[in-house]
Design a protein around this ligand. Structure first.
Ligand code: PLP
Length: 418
């Protein structure tokens, strides 16, 4: 019964060092967030000990009466949150939710059509080294060269030519709303199913600040840990007619025993996502991204070859285009890191630089909004990023400004260690 610090001081040190890093820096990776203490408590609990293969009320193990309550609460809450007829809360991750969803919808060898990885799609939407690219035939659509936006008429023409069995709506790096009604009508016209992967923008949908794909899609998948700020994991939503197929493709199709501690933490996250406080936070997420995009479109920045893809954002992230900047994505990421801001470099469409270097940055606001940042702080963050992207940045001075902001918004107050 000895504590972690005694049993394994090396790992205890990793936890504490990581807590200090999260506290002292500004986290702006668009796919990250801070799970609330309540979610961490549910996840770091005795539920990790329990095997519960099967579904609530139909388990292959005894002693599931309490974990059944947790899973049923998670299912009911997420259905209510998104207005879905069916939910499966067992996927261990977004990628596993996607693998199960595809396996339920089509057979290996059939064709999927999603946004290309190079234009902001996800690995699981057909990248050749991923299961999705190995098991299925892949056609990819892309954004337009000039606007960097989707042109739904061009997506339609491509779908008519390719005749995919599944059309995928969803992205990891695209700063605008998708037209789900147009995707639905294209899918109907070509006889395809429509799968939406809302991993990135699910929190915005939950708050009613982004169009919902649920009424338009046959199947919707999501992660729970991005804008939703729950535990690292996945979820599947669908119309009731998909229930049997999706359930059996998650378990036993893709997974064995569900992670009941994570499922309990999902239930808590879905409860929080239904609150007014969560909605208010998502408003700050959007406002922050808009403020930063606008700042990075200022003349003092653009004269150094920096621009913002699509000229702004509708969501929680900003895509910075460095194709005409002396800084490449790697250098810009490193410079921001040196002042205490964590972002990830990101290829832009038709990127002339190699994938490990790239000509772009993806900057997200969810984690800082969770920390409490509002328009004043996001304006200051925009100033700091703009200063970093211009030549001759005062790294020491900027680092001090970042430290002040971080100190003003304590993360997990009251925890000396974790
Ligand atoms: N789908 C999208 C659109 C994503 O952006 C991601 C993660 O980056 C995933 C799925 C995969 O989620 P996970 O990392 O939990 O497997």
């Amino acid at each position: 019964n000895a504590p972690l610090s005694e049993v394994d001081p090396e790992i205890a040190a990793v936890l504490n060092n990581e807590l200090a890093r999260q506290r002292d820096t500004l986290e702006m990776i668009a796919s990250e967030n801070f799970a609330p203490r309540s979610v961490l408590e549910a996840q770091g609990s005795v539920l990790t000990n329990k095997y519960a293969e099967g579904y609530p009320g139909r388990r292959y193990y005894g002693g599931c009466e309490h974990v059944d309550v947790a899973e049923s609460l998670a299912i009911e809450r997420v259905k209510t949150l998104f207005g879905a007829e069916y939910a499966n809360v067992q996927p261990h991750s977004g990628a596993q939710a996607n693998a199960a969803a595809l396996a339920a919808m089509i057979k290996p060898g059939e064709k999927i059509m999603g946004l290309s990885l190079a234009h902001g799609g996800h690995l699981t939407h057909g990248m050749k080294l991923n299961f999705s690219g190995k098991l299925y035939e892949v056609a990819a659509y892309g954004v337009e060269n000039d606007t960097h936006r989707l042109d739904m008429e061009r997506v339609r023409e491509q779908a008519l030519a390719e005749k995919p069995q599944v059309i995928i709506a969803g992205w990891s790096a695209y700063p605008r709303h998708l037209d789900f009604a147009a995707f639905r009508s294209i899918a109907d016209e070509v006889g395809a199913l429509l799968w939406t992967d809302m991993a990135h923008f699910a929190g915005l949908v939950a708050a009613g600040l982004h169009p919902s794909p649920v009424p338009h899609s046959d199947v919707v998948t999501s992660t729970v840990h991005k804008t939703l700020s729950g535990p690292r994991s996945g979820v599947i939503l669908a119309k009731q007619e998909w229930a049997k197929k999706l359930n059996s493709n998650v378990f036993p199709g893709q997974q064995g025993g569900p992670l009941m501690h994570v499922i309990a933490a999902k239930a808590t996250a879905f409860k929080i996502a239904g609150t007014e406080e969560f909605k208010e936070r998502q408003k700050r997420v959007l406002e922050g991204a808009r403020i930063i995009a606008e700042r990075l479109m200022g003349a003092d920045v653009t004269e150094h070859g920096v621009s913002v893809l699509t000229g702004g954002t509708d969501v929680h992230l900003v895509l910075v285009d460095l194709r005409h900047s002396e800084l490449d994505g790697q250098q810009a990421e490193d410079l921001l890191h040196s002042v205490g801001i964590t972002v990830n470099r990101n290829a832009v469409p038709n990127d002339p630089r190699p994938p490990m270097v790239t000509s772009g940055l993806r900057i997200g606001t969810p984690a800082l909004a969770t920390r409490g940042f509002g328009s004043t702080e996001f304006a200051e963050v925009g100033e700091i990023i703009a200063a970093v992207l211009k030549p001759g940045a005062d790294v020491e001075g900027l680092r001090a400004r970042v430290s002040r902001l971080a100190a003003d918004f304590p993360l997990y107050p009251g925890h000396e260690e974790w």
